[in-house]
Ligand binder design. Structure first.
Ligand SMILES: *Cc1c(COP(=O)(O)O)cnc(C)c1O
Length: 421
């Protein structure tokens, strides 16, 4: 299968592009809401379940407001993300602050907002106390290290910069309790873009066993377990989304066997997924600017890796649909490029596509997470607008495109801008 569905037709897109110049990212509100509901309903068996949307995936107030309406919290890891949370009206335990290498000012702001602070290191406990005071609630990020060695899916957590070792976790809870902390959480995140639902069941088991051990060794009852993000999405048309029911059922069984059977039944579960929540419901729309035929065929777009850097950065696959040519045979092979002076500025390499012409509208799929958000300004290229396709079919601009003036705003020409040649 080589088809991936779009929530709009070629005619819709032409109409949108008439008032909103390409390139732009467009998000499908209905897709986001439907998935958000499905996600929460899969875990409705766990009272107090919260999904904290990892706002770094698509930091836009409109999207956050939609998710807030659906009952999501927000997962932040920087000052700007905390500020965004505050400005969309989230506070207290609606905010999870999962940072690393954290500056003091960020801990301070997280404390002001009453966010749940998830510490990445044992040494951060004293640092937090010194700069922002000790909160009543603390969560620690667990790095299970070699515990899962041999599982090719997990990779090598011991190489990762994140989290506390197994032994440090026990010290951390003990020291935190001695400092007056009353409520405790545990977190782990050791994978990204994982499509196997059983992977998350294994993650839950690691956390559940740790919770039991902390209770048995220290008498401390951990009240919430944050299973992190990393839920994958089917970037390729032949891939399948993570089966939420399989994942939830597996976790529920372990919850009964390890948590409830040991009298720990109040445990609340959390996720901080980003990609799975908005990723499939965002699209980068661009226009074919040039067709070039040299040693290979190149289709040059009016977008570049500033608008979506995953293909260039990780060689990531993003499916491409040419609007109006959905049923045309894929008879040509193109490198689909942007305009940066970087040869890796390619959205696709050797991609089978219908014959392209200048002016064709090209839709790059699955850009709703880690898409616009990862953009940068190399070569003086500007970040695009973001649009929202409302459930009623209306299209609203939810972020304007950057302008040359934005780009120059941080520069100082020392009066030179007054000279004109
Ligand atoms: C990036 C990140 C997430 C979200 O990851 P997704 O792959 O988008 O689900 C969640 N938590 C932490 C700590 C992260 O760094």
């Amino acid at each position: 299968m080589t088809v991936k569905a779009l929530p709009f037709s070629k005619e819709d897109l032409e109409k949108i592009a008439a008032t909103h110049p390409t390139p732009f990212h467009i998000y499908d509100e209905k897709g986001i809401r439907d998935y958000a509901r499905k996600f929460l309903s899969a875990f409705s068996w766990n009272p107090g379940f919260v999904e904290y949307y990892a706002i770094k995936a698509a930091p836009n107030p409109y999207l956050m407001k939609i998710l807030k309406e659906e009952g999501f919290g927000i997962d932040c890891s920087s000052l700007a993300e905390l500020e965004l949370a505050a400005r969309v009206g989230l506070k207290g335990d609606e905010i999870m602050f999962t940072s690393n290498d954290t500056p003091a000012e960020e801990f301070l702001r997280a404390r002001e907002l009453g966010a749940i602070i998830n510490l990445d290191d044992l040494s951060h406990l004293a640092f937090l106390e010194e700069h922002a005071g000790m909160p009543d609630t603390i969560c620690f990020r667990y790095n299970p290290g070699k515990l899962k060695e041999g599982n090719v899916i997990i990779g090598h957590p011991e190489e990762a910069k994140y989290g506390l070792t197994r032994e440090q976790m026990f010290d951390a809870y003990r020291i935190a309790r001695d400092k007056g902390v009353k409520r405790f959480g545990i977190h782990t995140m050791v994978a990204s873009n994982e499509l196997d639902p059983l992977y998350f069941v294994e993650t839950a088991e690691i956390l559940f066993r740790m919770i039991l051990e902390v209770r048995d060794r220290l008498g401390i009852v951990i009240e919430f377990a944050n299973l992190g993000g990393g839920i994958g999405i089917p970037y390729r048309p032949e891939q399948k989304p993570v089966d939420l029911e399989v994942m939830s059922d597996g976790i529920r069984k372990l919850y009964r066997e390890i948590i409830e059977a040991n009298g720990l039944g109040g445990l609340r579960l959390n996720f901080e997924a980003g990609r799975a929540i908005t990723g499939p419901y965002g699209f980068l729309v661009a226009k074919v600017l040039h067709i070039k035929d040299t040693y290979k065929k190149f289709a040059g777009l009016d977008a570049c890796m500033v608008n979506l850097m995953r293909p260039a950065l990780y060689g990531a696959y993003h499916h491409i649909t040419v609007a109006g040519k959905e049923s045309v045979p894929l008879s040509e092979t193109y490198d689909v490029t942007g305009s940066l002076c970087e040869n890796n500025d390619k959205f696709a390499i050797d991609r089978a596509l219908p014959v392209l012409e200048r002016g064709d509208l090209v839709v790059i799929h699955d850009t709703g997470a880690h898409g616009h958000a990862m953009g940068f300004n190399y070569n003086g290229k500007l970040k695009s607008a973001e649009l929202l396709l409302r459930e009623n079919g209306e299209v609203v601009q939810i972020r304007r495109a950057e302008t040359i003036e934005d780009y120059f705003a941080t520069l100082d020409f020392g009066g030179l801008q007054n000279f004109r040649v």
